[in-house]
Design a protein around this ligand. Structure first.
Ligand code: UVW
Length: 352
């Protein structure tokens, strides 16, 4: 097969793990890295790092993303319209008065990026002349193409009659799920130092916090940023303040070039925050040159192959780590193994 690209973006990792790589820096989660994570387990305590998936509530954070809707599956046994609280003794085909079983099955309609989630490398690409013909095309990490490798919207995006209307033939989260996302997590507690006021965090501020709290990030670590955003979301109990939710807590300053350089040079396997998008949504940048709307998304997902975790719930873990003068833990956080998915809910677990 012809190489997918002849030109790659400056400072990108494309090709570092082969022409067909779909994992990016998740490749840095090696057996040694899992052992490094496991060595952080001393108390056998586990923390759930997910919000309930029906938080934040409503659509004020993102109008495209709706809360999950649960429903019973259809009943095929002639007892009721739906298969919920069904007595097996009543079933037409399988029924038998001797059976004591009562059944329930359900189905969910879920915006995959509504709540605690992973953004895959298929979430944000860029227009870029990857084949060097002088014409830009829409491409994603490692040169995978829009319309060929990522298809949608169409009635048969998978091409096998499965009815998917969009499908990431490459870069979907099933690859990350199969790799098993386990390794050493390292938490930086911005909320402790900066509180809940909206604030862009420059590299200088980040490194000051890391120095004050003795936090060291090494190649292959998963970096988690605690801002207090998800904690506030939880307090609102599915009724977020529609204005405040867009203007609270810290974010990483994507307009600080040193921050972008540090993220690239740190060799982290993944970057996670408990806020909406890791970086801020700040509106138009006065920079007159062509640039990305979300520079950290562009750098991580498109250039480096670093998946982003968003709206993770870090409050209890951050509290425990502070009480114990620690910042590291074993992290286990595979996305759903849902072929073709661009984003995925995740129920991460930190073990200390
Ligand atoms: C935005 O949509 C702004 O961010 P994300 O998709 O990464 O949640």
């Amino acid at each position: 097969m012809a190489k997918r690209w002849t030109l790659r973006p400056d400072g990108s990792t494309w090709g570092e793990w082969g022409d067909d790589d779909e994992l990016g820096r998740i490749n840095l989660l090696t057996p040694e890295k899992v052992l490094e994570g496991a060595r952080e387990v001393e108390h056998g305590l586990s923390f759930c790092l997910s919000l309930p998936l029906d938080f934040p509530g409503g659509t004020s954070l993102n109008q495209r993303r709706h809360p999950p809707r649960l429903a019973p599956t259809e009943d095929m046994n002639g007892v009721a319209d739906t298969f919920f609280n069904i007595r097996m003794s009543d079933m037409a085909e399988w029924g038998d008065p001797r059976y004591v079983d009562v059944w329930a099955d359900d189905v969910v309609t879920l915006s995959l990026q509504y709540s605690t989630q992973w953004d895959s490398l298929a979430h944000v690409g860029a227009v870029f002349d990857a084949d060097g013909d002088g014409v830009e095309e829409s491409v994603y990490y490692n040169g995978y193409r829009a319309g060929i490798d990522l298809v949608g919207p169409s009635e048969d995006a998978r091409g096998d009659g499965s009815g998917h209307r969009s499908f990431a033939h490459h870069l979907g989260l099933e690859h990350m799920a199969r790799h098993g996302v386990q390794g050493r997590g390292v938490l930086v507690d911005l909320a402790h130092h900066f509180g809940h006021q909206p604030r862009a965090i420059s590299l200088e501020m980040l490194t000051e916090v890391m120095a004050a709290d003795d936090v060291v990030v090494e190649a292959g670590d998963v970096l988690l940023i605690h801002t207090g955003f998800a904690t506030k979301v939880l307090e609102w109990d599915r009724n977020p303040d529609p204005k405040q939710i867009h203007r609270m807590c810290c974010w990483l300053d994507a307009r600080d070039p040193a921050m972008l350089e540090w993220i690239a040079d740190s060799n982290i396997a993944a970057l996670v925050a408990d806020n909406y998008a890791v970086e801020g949504l700040l509106g138009k940048d006065p920079d007159p040159s062509r640039h990305s709307f979300l520079p950290i998304h562009h750098l991580c997902l498109f250039r480096l192959g670093v998946p982003l975790g968003e709206m993770w719930y870090l409050h209890e873990l951050a509290t425990w780590l502070r009480e114990h003068n620690r910042s590291r833990f074993l992290l286990t956080a595979p996305p759903l193994r849902l072929p073709g998915a661009v984003g995925s809910p995740v129920t991460p677990v930190a073990t200390v």
